[in-house]
Design a binder for this molecule. Structure first.
Ligand code: G3I
Length: 450
């Protein structure tokens, strides 16, 4: 599909524009309440890796849409996913993520064009000249399809070895094309989409060490010779064997001083509770201390889908409850009031809880009335928050017995007069929606209570 067709089809989503217009003022008033808006207050984006296969899960989508301002497809833009046989490109899953992100006003990071891993089997046997042609065709195929739609691309990923040598990693590209393959990939990428920021991305380069020194020397050389590079990505996968380095900020700064942006691209920190929260705080503070650190991405929405799920390294648990690390990140960005705020009686384990259920109470050809019933759990509550994600075309014209704020087509509703509920008691709010061609039901996300 060409970019022009993709753009026209998005512009034709009229209801989205209507929903955004209806809600703009209310949304800005709530600006410090989510990771994305708190980070935006500091001039940064806050993103997450996303898997297309989870977008249909309502709590996953509601959490994603509420909290994040950028997405990175976790696997869907990799070579094996997009060009499984030579010259035959498949964008179905990646398009799903990009379209979802754009419908929510989120940016997209592209990950990744040239990497030794997740390569389809046809690539490795190619001879040098053929491999060069295939590499450039792959870059052009991906970047052409998404031209103008990706804020930053990981052009080359993980090209250096771990350990003390600072050497390049063996790969089909390195072994057949030599060191020059990285430069060639960046030059091809610049021509393919001049608007995209072009990044080199790697892991175990977060502090000063032999590997980050080797990357540093490459970036310095590129800048001195005019090879197009705009940013360096620091994956930042941390655990007890690989903790947040004490010279993290210094390392980010020395790269920034070369004249590139720095981004934290795949952040996750194994652990739990206040220790994990304190480590997340260190990472946010390091980024905020470096003016060219333009944003950060955590490597997944919920612990249950993390590539390191056993280490519970993310900001939301498997039930999409905000963890202490969430509150730590929010407050490090200067935000407040989120469900993970320290001391918030609505935090998991504090006893206050609620459920939200949806019913359609009236229906006509162009619209319907919806009702969401909030029921307190085993303890009395003094307030509640429920999210309702509307199909993109639909717009809400009125809402009663609740106070809405909006992020894209996600409506977050809090009480107007009806926050206090006895244990097990219920209240409800209602709304009128215009279908604008879609009769689909909205989805109701997690109810939180205090
Ligand atoms: O989709 C198939 C499924 O059909 C099959 O049944 C299943 C059987 O194992 O595999 C599924 O594919 C898996 C894929 O994730 C999607 O879930 C692959 O086996 C698995 O290897 C792949 O893992 C990904 C990994 O990169 C591959 O190297 C992780 O999800 C992804 O989080 C991880 O991300 C990398 C970054 O791209 C680069 N930096 C490191 C980071 C963590 O390893």
């Amino acid at each position: 599909m060409s970019m022009i067709v993709r753009r026209l089809s998005r512009a034709a989503t009229a209801g989205l524009v209507a929903a955004a217009a209806l809600t703009a003022a209310a949304h800005s008033a709530e600006a410090a309440d989510t990771l994305g808006s708190a980070a935006a207050g500091q001039g940064r984006y806050f993103g997450t890796a996303v898997a297309a296969s989870h977008l249909g899960e309502s709590d996953y989508a509601a959490t994603l849409d509420r909290e994040f301002s950028s997405v990175t497809p976790e696997n869907e833009m990799k070579w094996d996913a997009t060009e499984p046989s030579r010259g035959s490109f498949t964008f179905t899953s990646a398009d799903r993520i990009v379209d979802h992100a754009q419908s929510q006003g989120m940016d997209v990071r592209g990950h990744t064009l040239v990497w030794h891993s997740q390569l389809p089997s046809w690539v490795s046997p190619l001879g040098a000249q053929d491999l060069r042609t295939a590499m450039n065709a792959h870059i052009n195929g991906l970047m052409g399809h998404y031209k103008g739609e990706i804020h930053s691309w990981d052009v080359v990923n993980e090209a250096f070895q771990d350990g003390g040598s600072g050497a390049r990693r063996s790969s089909p590209f390195q072994d057949k094309l030599g060191d020059g393959f990285i430069e060639e990939a960046f030059r091809t990428a610049r021509a393919a989409d001049p608007a995209a920021k072009l990044c080199y991305n790697d892991y175990n380069t977060d502090g000063v060490n032999a590997k980050s020194n080797a990357v540093y020397d490459m970036v310095k050389d590129f800048k001195s010779r005019g090879v197009p590079i705009d940013c360096v990505g620091f994956q930042s996968h941390f655990n007890s064997n690989s903790p947040v380095p004490s010279d993290y900020r210094h390392n980010l700064q020395r790269f920034a001083d070369l004249g590139v942006d720095v981004q934290i691209t795949e952040l996750d920190i194994e652990g739990s509770g206040s220790a994990q929260a304190a480590d997340y705080t260190k990472v946010v503070e390091a980024c905020l201390a470096v003016s060219r650190c333009t944003g950060m991405t955590v490597w997944g929405v919920t612990d249950k889908y993390s590539w390191r799920s056993g280490g519970t390294p993310l900001l939301f648990d498997g039930d999409y409850n905000a963890k202490p690390a969430y509150g730590a990140v929010l407050s490090a960005f200067g935000g407040s009031g989120g469900p993970g705020d320290p001391g918030d009686p609505g935090d998991p384990g504090d006893g206050a809880s609620c459920t939200a259920t949806y019913t359609r109470t009236a229906d006509w050809s162009s619209g319907y009335n919806g009702q969401v019933t909030i029921t307190a759990g085993a303890e009395p509550i003094s307030s509640w928050t429920a999210t309702v994600t509307l199909p993109a075309q639909q717009s809400v014209s009125s809402l009663w017995n609740g106070t809405p704020t909006w992020s894209g087509n996600v409506m977050t509703v809090r009480p107007s007069w009806n926050g206090t509920l006895a244990a097990g008691a219920s209240t409800s709010f209602g709304f009128t929606a215009a279908k604008n061609g879609s009769d689909a039901a909205p989805t109701v996300g997690t109810c939180t209570a205090s």
